[in-house]
Unconditional design. Structure first.
Length: 207
């Protein structure tokens, strides 16, 4: 038997907020190609953390004195087959400066600082088995879910009527491929010869 690896299938996901999940779909393995013996999954993602300072005063204010304003968050992403990444982001540069005034009472001026980390990868991870144990991957559509969670905090010196809050987002690509076996050409030729010989033998017996 010859072992063959399929081309990677890929599907994108985009989470505008964390503490969320995304499910993507892949084509199931075509059993006519051979005997499925393994499935490999990986994902690559970008994460963005944003700290926004809100000024509810109708005049501009200075923040970050004596402690600059920033947010930090630990973002965990998990997927099937034990895929996992843990990444800590801090908004950079830490901010000390002027935040615009609220244009009117009941509204606010704002200033945002962001940090993006790209190319965070988990895997590839392979699960090996037999067509029976990997039956869920054969035919139809296969679902892969990526879960993203974050825990964070904010810090810095803020004057009265000013507050800050952080948010995060994540996007990326999930990849899946199949590992399967096909008969070697020589084996297929012998099998074909065997069928031919069996057919001829049956013809002789019937004549």
């Amino acid at each position: 038997m010859t072992t063959v690896t399929s081309a990677w299938q890929q599907a994108a996901f985009d989470l505008p907020t964390i503490d969320a999940s995304a499910t993507v779909q892949f084509n199931g393995f075509n059993a006519s190609l051979g005997k499925l013996i393994g499935v490999t999954v990986k994902f690559i993602m970008d994460e963005t953390l944003t700290d926004t300072i809100y000024n509810f005063n109708t005049h501009a204010v200075t923040v970050g004195n004596p402690r600059p304003v920033f947010a930090t968050s630990t973002i965990t992403a998990t997927g099937p087959l034990g895929l996992s990444t843990v990444n800590q982001l801090t908004t950079t540069p830490q901010f000390a400066g002027v935040v615009p005034a609220a244009p009117s009472l009941g509204s606010f001026g704002s200033k945002s600082i962001s940090n993006t980390v790209t190319g965070i990868q988990s895997g590839p991870v392979t699960v090996n088995g037999t067509p029976a144990s990997l039956a869920a991957y054969i035919g139809g559509q296969n679902s892969v879910t990526i879960n993203v969670d974050g825990e964070g905090s904010q810090s810095g010196s803020l004057p009265p009527n000013v507050m800050n809050g952080y948010s995060a987002s994540a996007n990326g690509m999930v990849y899946l491929q199949y590992i399967y076996q096909v008969p070697e050409p020589a084996s297929m030729a012998l099998f074909a010869l065997g069928l031919l010989a069996l057919t001829q033998l049956r013809r002789r017996k019937s004549s």
